[in-house]
Design a protein around this ligand. Structure first.
Ligand SMILES: [Zn+2]
Length: 340
């Protein structure tokens, strides 16, 4: 059923040679008010790229981002976040707004790729992206186990993102402060005696850590939960080693973000070397296909995927790290629907 819903409008529009410009219900929260804006997809993309990538990046990198963002948005339209809206305007999905004006290159990238999306087995897939993989991609299996798309599951080395400011990083934290941040796992007022990395994924990212506490023995924490507890900015990735010193822990790592799908700094590196957006997308989403007029997609589909861990912002952009769960509409004062 879902497949036919996806394919039928696509075939109809393609056969008629027409254009179809769906709108997206975008949830924007400001000052504890929720607004759901109906935004035409191509206009939405201008407001996404202006916040997701620097406007002076090379055109081929911006075009790759435009296609990845369009595909992700339409995937969300088919798999909405909630009954009230399709997608959030934050790093939980893609950052969208009006604060930054889209550069001329961004406008060109969106218009020249208008309607182009990525598919796998004739269906959209969640085209995850992140700031910088640090030289090694991650499989979506290790971040979103329910996602079945092959194009975001394959591991590969990335030689293109070394210019990323956080290609290598160090983060130090006092053990007493770390114990506070981990109190949900190790208990309140606990003392950390030792901490070590217990397991890694094949990508070398941390799968599990073991914390030896003074009062409650050993506690196991997943790498993803650990990073969320410390803060996505403070601990830029789970691709790290650690040194367990008497009073502090020193993390040294690579990259910024979850490492799944398109590496934004890698896309820039490929474009700087003269690669086309087609080559960039094939490198980061291997086995996927570019489809034109892919904007014609179903209205809704009840299937959902787990909430992504938010991280999509390049190093040069301001960032926020909200909770990755959908916005709780009931806890927010009703806002106004503001069609654009
Ligand atoms: Zn990379």
């Amino acid at each position: 059923m879902g497949k036919w819903l996806l394919l039928l409008p696509l075939l109809l529009v393609t056969a008629c040679g027409g254009t179809f410009s769906p709108t997206l219900r975008v949830a924007v929260a400001s000052q504890k008010k929720l607004q759901v804006k109906e935004v035409p997809i191509e206009k939405y993309l201008l407001g996404v790229l202006a916040h997701e990538v620097p406007g002076n990046w090379p055109l081929e990198a911006l075009e790759a981002q435009a296609i990845a963002s369009r595909t992700y948005a339409l995937y969300r339209k088919a798999h909405p976040r909630s009954k009230a809206y399709d997608i959030e305007a934050t790093v939980s999905d893609q950052v969208y707004g009006h604060k930054n004006k889209p550069s001329r290159s961004i406008q060109q990238a969106v218009s020249e790729t208008s309607g182009v999306v990525l598919t796998e087995h004739h269906e959209l897939f969640p085209t995850f992206f992140h700031s910088c993989c640090g030289g090694q991609s991650e499989s979506s299996d290790n971040v979103w186990p329910a996602v079945s798309a092959d194009a975001v599951q394959q591991l590969h080395a990335d030689p293109y993102c070394e210019a990323c400011p956080r290609y290598q990083w160090e983060y130090r934290i006092e053990k007493s402060k770390l114990a506070e941040l981990l109190s949900n796992w190790i208990g309140p007022s606990e003392v950390i005696e030792h901490i070590k990395i217990d397991r890694r994924y094949p990508s070398a990212r941390v799968s599990e850590l073991v914390v030896q506490t003074k009062h409650h023995g050993k506690k196991i924490i997943t790498g993803n939960a650990f990073r969320k507890a410390l803060g996505y900015t403070q601990l830029p990735s789970t691709f790290f080693d650690l040194s367990d010193l008497p009073d502090e822990v020193v993390f040294t790592g690579h990259g910024f973000g979850h490492g799944v799908g398109l590496c934004q700094w890698g896309a820039k590196g490929m474009a700087d070397e003269g690669k086309t957006y087609q080559e960039i997308l094939q490198f980061y989403y291997p086995g996927s296909h570019l489809v034109t007029n892919g904007a014609a997609l179903p209205e809704t589909d009840s299937e959902t995927i787990p909430e992504p861990i938010p991280e999509t912002i390049p190093e040069t952009m301001p960032e926020t790290r909200p909770e990755s769960k959908p916005m709780d509409i009931d806890s927010l004062k009703p806002g106004t629907t503001d069609p654009e």
